[in-house]
Design a protein around this ligand. Structure first.
Ligand code: HEM
Ligand code: SF4
Ligand code: SF4
Length: 422
């Protein structure tokens, strides 16, 4: 007597998947072209055809625990060559979007992040918070668009002359810094929960015994390998192109690398400014006045253009804009019949544009002394940076942690080779 296999499709899940970008999956007739042409898929148990089948059958458990969705680098080669226009690359993207929504805590943020309607509450939280700070400080310094002079390590409002100083209206010490420290801690907590859930999900899956594999790397060795090859060198990202990839596809990996380095440069700048400010304060409080003054001076803002940290910030911003142009151009030029962009894709690209645009805009308006433009631009900048950091684990940018963990895990279990073994 043959065994009967009961398939219990989760139809709600299929609908949800279609809503976050997997809307063409019903067209697939399982020819497997996609798995054959994918430049990254392993020969053994390849993706993305199997995910198309699982998705059509509504096999939620298989899909949400599937590590392969993180191995795909979204080049779209499979979708370009799919004879049915079933967009398998979009399905894997949609599954990652579902993971951003469900891996971490506080599902309400995931829900808001998943559609354009949710942008209102997401933006309202920082807009109200910084709006209150602006109103309270305006009352204190006597103007919504004040001018300042820097006296005794502090900004003093002046009626005549002076300069625009964002730190005078939004003081770092008791407004910006504590808010961002809390936001950062919140983000780390959300990632911690999400990564723990992700690893639990991967652990629940059966592992393949790899013939000829002498020893498995530890998770730490796999993480270091991922940093070296997948992050610094972008090895798989560079491989994620078909033979006749056009110029925009090739520039995708380059654009991504520059954007990533730009974020790293801007993080170093923020670190130096914060350390200079708080380190200087600490040294002065401890009575080490002269060293405290030097450390404070290193992180004092606004910095002159010849200051090395200012130069790093400008180079970082330039690289970021270059990377963003490459990524945006490619997305705008995608052939919609073969590959689509979801809300998650546009939310991230637009938010990064707003951060760079308002960051550069606030700098220019401040330098030319246009307070009426400088302060509102800086206000929008603060809102956008808050939105990026606070909601990072639920947004597509969550990939910077989730993908790193998944790629490392895949190396550990031998699903993909360590960099040097390729
Ligand atoms: C600060 C760090 C990072 C930034 C700012 C960043 C930014 C971005 C952006 C804006 C995109 C969207 C491109 C598009 O829509 O076409 C993207 C996609 C991608 N990123 Fe990153 N990324 C970062 C870190 C990482 C890391 C650490 C990895 C790998 C471990 C990675 C791998 C990828 C891959 C494979 C894609 C394409 C997949 C997709 O579009 O879903 N990124 N990244
Ligand atoms: S997604 Fe397209 S290429 Fe892949 S199996 Fe289905 S029909 Fe074939
Ligand atoms: S989008 Fe690229 S990497 Fe992802 S499955 Fe398709 S061909 Fe493979």
């Amino acid at each position: 007597m043959s065994n009967t296999v009961k398939v219990q499709p989760d139809l709600k899940f299929v609908k949800e998947l279609q809503a976050v970008g997997g809307d063409s999956l019903k067209k697939c007739y399982q020819c497997a072209t996609c798995s054959v042409v994918c430049p990254l898929s392993p020969a053994d148990n390849p993706y993305p055809r199997k995910e198309m089948v699982w998705a059509q059958w509504g096999l939620k458990d298989r899909l949400v625990n599937d590590i392969d969705i993180w191995l795909c680098h979204n080049c779209g080669t499979c979708s370009d060559l799919c004879p049915r226009g079933a967009k398998p690359g979009d399905l894997l993207s949609a599954l990652r979007n579902m993971a951003y929504r469900n891996l971490g805590p506080l599902p309400i943020i995931g829900k808001w992040m998943s559609s354009s309607a949710g942008i209102l509450p997401l933006a309202a939280i920082p807009a109200i918070l910084y709006g209150i700070i602006w109103v309270v400080m305006a009352g204190k310094v006597g103007s919504f668009l004040p001018r300042f002079e820097f006296v005794d390590h502090a900004w003093k409002p002046v009626q005549e002359g002076g300069q625009i100083a964002f730190g005078g209206l939004f003081p770092g010490d008791y407004t910006i810094d504590p808010v961002f420290m809390l936001v950062f801690a919140f983000m780390l907590w959300a990632f911690f929960t999400g990564v723990r859930n992700m690893i639990k999900a991967f652990d629940s899956q059966p592992k393949t015994f790899i013939v000829g594999r002498k020893s498995a790397p530890t998770m730490l060795q796999a993480l270091i390998d991922t940093f070296q090859y997948e992050i610094l060198q972008h090895t798989q990202f560079n491989d994620c192109n078909d033979a006749d990839a056009d110029e925009l596809d090739v520039k995708r990996a380059k654009g991504h690398r520059w954007l990533m380095f730009s974020f790293i440069a801007l993080m170093i700048v923020t670190g130096v400014v914060a350390t200079g400010h708080w380190g200087g304060w600490l040294l002065r409080t401890l009575g080490i006045e002269s060293l405290g003054a030097i450390v404070s001076a290193i992180g004092h803002t606004p910095m002159p253009f010849y200051h090395p940290i200012k130069m790093l910030a400008l180079v970082g911003a330039g690289l970021g804009v270059y990377g963003l142009i490459a990524l945006t151009k490619r997305r705008v030029n995608l052939d919609a019949a073969k590959q689509s962009s979801s809300w998650y894709d546009w939310y991230l690209i637009t938010l990064v544009w707003v951060i760079f645009g308002t960051g550069i805009g606030a700098l220019v308006f401040r330098v030319v002394g246009a307070g009426i433009l400088a302060y509102p631009t800086y206000y929008v900048h603060l809102i956008a940076v808050f939105m990026m950091l606070a909601y990072l684990p639920w947004s597509k940018l969550g990939h910077l942690v989730y993908r790193t963990v998944a790629l490392s895990y895949a190396k550990k279990i031998g699903r993909i080779p360590m960099g040097a073994d390729k």
